[in-house]
Design a protein around this ligand. Structure first.
Ligand SMILES: Cc1cc2nc3c(=O)[nH]c(=O)nc-3n(C[C@H](O)[C@H](O)[C@H](O)COP(=O)(O)OP(=O)(O)OC[C@H]3O[C@@H](n4cnc5c(N)ncnc54)[C@H](O)[C@@H]3O)c2cc1C
Length: 361
């Protein structure tokens, strides 16, 4: 295990921001983590756990220890006629792991195609897309508590998953290192085909599915269709600085929704605590049942002219202001300034906050 001092993080965050960390260590095993946590040099300094750095904005040098999790393994833990439980190291790459899952024809994860992530990061953020949340396939999460060095397992329920959140970025933020995840995958899944965005009908899943295959659709068809849509829609994360959506979708009251709908009658809404897709005819039922709903924030930001802007090394693509991008030369402070400006403009027009999803360090 190599220990680096005054180490550049440029290659370790998807915005490509140039900052340094006092200490940097890649841990390939639980033994590595145990040794590092017990090392006297790192006892009284801040510790931060890094996955693949796809959801982090570094705004300054980090005066502590960054542990990059590189635990890699994939094996079948158990299986029966209906399910397979796959044990995966927290440092495994999600896109490679999903390819393996799809090649084996195991279902439940196919809508989460083409999202850059480690397995650990996917749990922490409860990564979601196309009507699926990562929590739908998590059975058990294995961790080490940073303070006590003790191993602890969390059941799906104990992870307290919610919209882009879990116990690991909320109640117990930065207290546990995720080492392994046991995924429960379905051998005979019910496929989710209906995801659509009223904002941009060309992103409808069913429409894309028709171009990749005929009925009955399979796990592989959904995986291909979602990948196609996302490749078209998202910035190219191999060449541009991006964290995908910078902001969370705002959760608002019924009164706020009524006011908004007067201006934008077709605005997409979702259940407050989920990323489930809600069809147009289910909307009224949802609104009646809950005090709060989630609204498509990207749409609202586009409405106030934030799509297709360029400020210094930062820009927003013409199809979506939420995907703030850079040419990988922007500093963290420069990106933060643009994020704050977007939030101020949003609040001025709509009267409620636009919260950032990206982890700001
Ligand atoms: C082009 C692009 C598109 C995206 N699209 C989506 C999308 O559709 N849906 C979506 O939900 N997200 C999306 N994202 C955001 C990002 O991919 C996810 O949030 C992803 O799950 C982050 O994983 P990571 O490994 O990169 O985590 P990091 O960015 O490294 O870390 C995120 C957080 O998790 C913590 N963490 C990471 N690993 C561990 C661990 N092993 N133990 C404890 N804590 C840990 C970190 O401390 C940090 O707080 C996108 C990003 C990009 C660049």
């Amino acid at each position: 295990m190599k220990i680096y001092k005054n180490f550049s993080l440029k290659k370790y965050n998807s915005f490509g921001v140039e900052v340094k960390t006092l200490w940097f260590i890649e841990c390939k095993s639980i033994c590595d983590i145990d040794a590092i946590l017990k090392d006297e040099r790192f006892k009284n300094i801040p510790v931060f756990i890094l996955g693949n750095g796809n959801n982090i904005l570094f705004t300054k040098d980090f005066n502590g220890l960054i542990i990059k999790i590189k635990i890699k393994e994939k094996k079948i833990f158990k299986e029966n006629k209906k399910y397979v439980w796959l044990e995966v190291g927290a440092g495994e790459d999600w896109m490679k792991s999903l390819k393996y899952i799809i090649d084996n024809n195991w279902g439940g994860a196919e809508n989460l195609a083409h999202i850059p992530s480690s397995l650990g990061g996917a749990v922490v953020q409860n990564m979601s897309a196309y009507g699926h949340n990562f929590r739908d396939i998590v059975d058990v999460v294995e961790t080490i508590e940073i303070k006590s060095f003790c191993k602890k397992k969390f059941s799906n329920k104990e992870c307290k998953f919610r919209y882009h959140g879990s116990i690991f970025n909320k109640e117990e933020k930065n207290k546990y290192i995720i080492t392994k995840v046991i995924l429960k995958l379905n051998k005979k899944p019910k496929l989710s085909l209906n995801y659509s965005s009223r904002h941009s009908n060309k992103d409808a899943l069913l429409k894309e599915l028709k171009t990749v295959s005929g009925k009955p659709y399979t796990i592989k068809d959904i995986y291909r269709a979602v990948t196609n849509i996302r490749k078209r829609k998202l910035p190219n994360f191999n060449t541009q600085g991006t964290v995908g959506s910078v902001f969370l979708n705002p959760i608002i009251s019924q009164k706020q929704l009524n006011d908004l709908k007067k201006k934008i009658p077709d605005l997409q809404i979702y259940p407050a605590n989920d990323t489930l897709y809600v069809s147009k005819n289910k909307e009224s039922e949802l609104i009646e049942k809950s005090n709060q709903v989630k609204v498509a924030g990207a749409w609202l930001l586009d409405e106030i002219g934030w799509a297709g802007k360029k400020i210094g090394h930062c820009y927003t693509p013409s199809n979506q202001a939420y995907f703030l991008c850079t040419d990988k030369k922007a500093s963290g402070q420069e990106i933060l300034k643009v994020i704050k400006k977007m939030q101020r403009d949003f609040k001025k027009v709509y009267g409620f906050e636009l919260e950032h999803e990206v982890v700001i360090m």
